[in-house]
Design a protein around this ligand. Structure first.
Ligand code: ZN
Length: 415
């Protein structure tokens, strides 16, 4: 029996399917790749017409037509305008319809929240930034998120009926499977609160919950660096964390704790007490929260990371010096991680990254100075290009990729 295997670029990731010719049923009803895979192919532009789809998939023309019709009825694709002849023949080219549905996205930080409604291409249609303390507890916070989602839907001209899912990023360890925060150090009342189920019960769509740094890594990778297979996104804000893209996929580790570099011990810094209970953690030494506290000790008015950034932008030499030193401490830890993981890109984001080159200079100095040449030959160390939108776009991306996964599309299309 002949086995047809083809590799498709589906959006931002590779997708491989195996189809045995003549074998019945891979999607429950018909032979071969289902409507979901055809949508993936149309979405990434590998094919635009029925004929190209027939050639690429090995499906019969009638099967392709049947699945195309189903995708058209669901409005996940549209006839391409330039291919619609005026003589009444049916259109033969199709485009992914990114406006078929919308995604809800929430990036919740310790003191700040950003919410958005996006289309299926990850474009923000309406969004809101707000000061919101996560320590007001889960029901109050999520209630506000729910109300704001409804307002943003109205602003963007949509209703809950158009929503394909909601993505939520939380500033602490998250069990992605159950959609709960697990022992989050800065989120009183959130431990094992069923965030996913609470929200899903109220909006009636799938809800995906992840750690805030993971969604930032996803957002940056998906929107700005889809060709980079090995990437680390380091968030430097009130705390310090790292999201890892390995082999083009988010790497969460066994229990979702991968990338927790904030609690790696910095040698010679044992006098610094960390909120986790240990001493000398990177976060206690180099985070925006740590710098704000140190500048307060020096008599300056710095309540949080954003005050530190403000001072740097004003040219305050004490703040500049501390931020550069913070970059070196972070770079010292990253030098080890880079040697271990060999990423092609290290992206620095979070509020302290707004301090610009002072932080990056310290990071680069240590990583390029300490890692082996082979690991740094092609390594790019740059600030996040999405900036404070990385999290909210990443939260939307988790929803979009979940909704448009071929097996999920096959279920809702069912032909
Ligand atoms: Zn710690």
């Amino acid at each position: 029996m002949m086995i047809v295997k083809q590799k498709f670029e589906t959006g931002q990731r590779n997708f491989v399917f195996g189809h045995q010719k003549g074998e019945p049923v891979t999607n429950g009803i018909l032979n071969g790749p289902g409507a979901g895979l055809l949508l993936s192919i149309l979405r990434n532009g590998q094919a635009r017409t029925r004929a190209e789809l027939v050639q690429l998939t090995g499906l019969s023309r009638s099967t392709v037509s049947q699945r195309i019709d189903a995708l058209l009825i669901r409005r996940l694709i549209l006839p391409a305008e330039d291919a619609t002849p005026s003589g009444g023949r049916p259109a033969t080219a199709f485009l992914f319809n990114r406006r078929a549905n919308v995604a809800l996205a929430a990036d919740l930080g310790v003191t700040h929240a950003r919410l958005a409604v996006t289309d299926l291409g990850g474009e923000i249609l309406a969004d809101r930034n707000a000061d919101l303390s996560i320590d007001r507890g889960p029901e109050s916070t999520l209630g506000w998120v729910l109300d704001t989602f409804r307002e943003l839907l109205a602003v963007s001209g949509h209703t809950l009926h158009d929503v394909c899912g909601a993505g939520i990023g939380l500033p602490g360890p998250v069990d992605h499977e159950s959609g709960q925060a697990i022992n989050p150090p800065v989120m009183p009342g959130w431990d094992r609160f069923p965030v996913r189920d609470w929200m899903s019960a109220r909006i009636g769509v799938p809800v995906l919950v992840d750690n805030d740094v993971n969604i930032m890594a996803l957002g940056e990778h998906w929107a700005m660096r889809p060709g980079v297979d090995h990437l680390m996104f380091v968030k430097v804000g009130t705390g310090i964390g790292c999201g890892i893209i390995a082999g083009g996929q988010l790497h969460r580790g066994d229990r979702g704790a991968a990338g927790d570099i904030g609690h790696i011990r910095v040698p010679t810094m044992d006098q610094m007490q960390c909120r986790c209970g240990n001493i000398g953690c990177l976060e206690a030494v180099a985070s925006g929260g740590a710098l704000a506290a140190r500048l307060r000790d020096l008599g300056l008015e710095t309540a949080d990371t954003r005050d530190v950034v403000r001072l740097v932008k004003e040219g305050n030499t004490k703040a500049v010096h501390l931020v550069r030193q913070s970059g070196r401490e972070i770079g010292g830890v990253l030098a080890s991680v880079v040697s271990f993981f060999n990423p092609a890109a290290v992206v620095i984001g979070g509020d302290l990254a707004e301090a610009g080159d002072h932080l990056l200079a310290g990071v680069r100095e240590m990583v390029y100075g300490r890692s082996l040449p082979l690991a740094t030959q092609r390594l790019s160390i740059r600030a996040s290009e999405l900036g404070d939108r990385a999290g909210v776009i990443g939260a939307a991306v988790t929803v979009i990729e979940h909704f448009l996964a071929p097996e999920v599309v096959d279920q809702i299309i069912a032909v």
